[in-house]
Design a protein around this ligand. Structure first.
Ligand code: GRF
Length: 195
């Protein structure tokens, strides 16, 4: 059974969607652990409730970049990680980690990439930009992670309409609902392809 480590920096609703899908035996993987980008985030509480180990790893808490990367590598090794899922992780992963897991790291992003991706496009900023550009539709994307933010090959997308009365928050909620289906489904397909 493949072992998946999830990285998150926020409420962890996508992380929860993975936990739920796995409980329903849809993923057939083991969620090995959560690497949290900050303490006190919702994702940690969700890990605790599900009995999944977590580690809070932030560059600023380490004496150097190298010691931070070494700790990330050690944690991934300890959890015997086969796949990495970025589920709302707002930092850039160190290149060493990307190289070690190339083709086995995916990210979920709340827009139809390549539109509205890259540095600064996170949270409500993405949906505000979609509204400002008067887009008729938006959506979410699961893609492989490479060294450039929100840039790796697209694996799957879901589209949702943008309505005239939408706010960034209403759009975010509509997109998030699709994310919760798309992320587990895409991971399931990738894991099945490997087995
Ligand atoms: C999601 O919109 C995801 O696409 C983006 O960050 C958000 C995380 O939300 N990368 P949550 O923490 O999973 O609720």
């Amino acid at each position: 059974m493949k072992r998946v480590t999830v990285f998150a920096s926020g409420s962890g609703s996508n992380f929860q969607a993975l936990i739920d899908a796995n409980r329903l035996s849809k993923l057939n993987c083991s969620i090995a652990g959560l690497i949290a980008g900050s303490p006190d985030i919702g994702a940690i509480a969700k890990a605790d409730t599900a009995g999944i180990p977590h580690a809070v790893l932030r560059k600023q808490d380490f004496p150097s970049r190298d010691t931070f990367v070494a700790e990330l590598q050690k944690t991934l090794r300890t959890w015997e990680t086969d796949w990495i899922v970025l589920a709302g992780y707002i930092r850039k992963l160190p290149d060493e980690i990307i190289a070690a897991y190339r083709g086995r790291i995916i990210n979920i992003h709340p827009s139809l990439l390549p539109k509205f991706g890259g540095k600064g496009f996170y949270g409500l900023f993405v949906h505000e930009a979609v509204l400002a550009a008067r887009e008729q539709e938006t959506g979410c994307t699961v893609h492989f992670v490479d060294e450039i933010f929100d840039h790796g090959a697209v694996i799957a997308q879901r589209r949702v309409p943008v309505f005239p009365e939408d706010t960034a928050a209403s759009l975010q909620a509509r997109v998030l609902k699709e994310e919760h289906e798309l992320l587990p489904l895409t991971l399931q397909n990738l894991l099945q392809r490997e087995s």
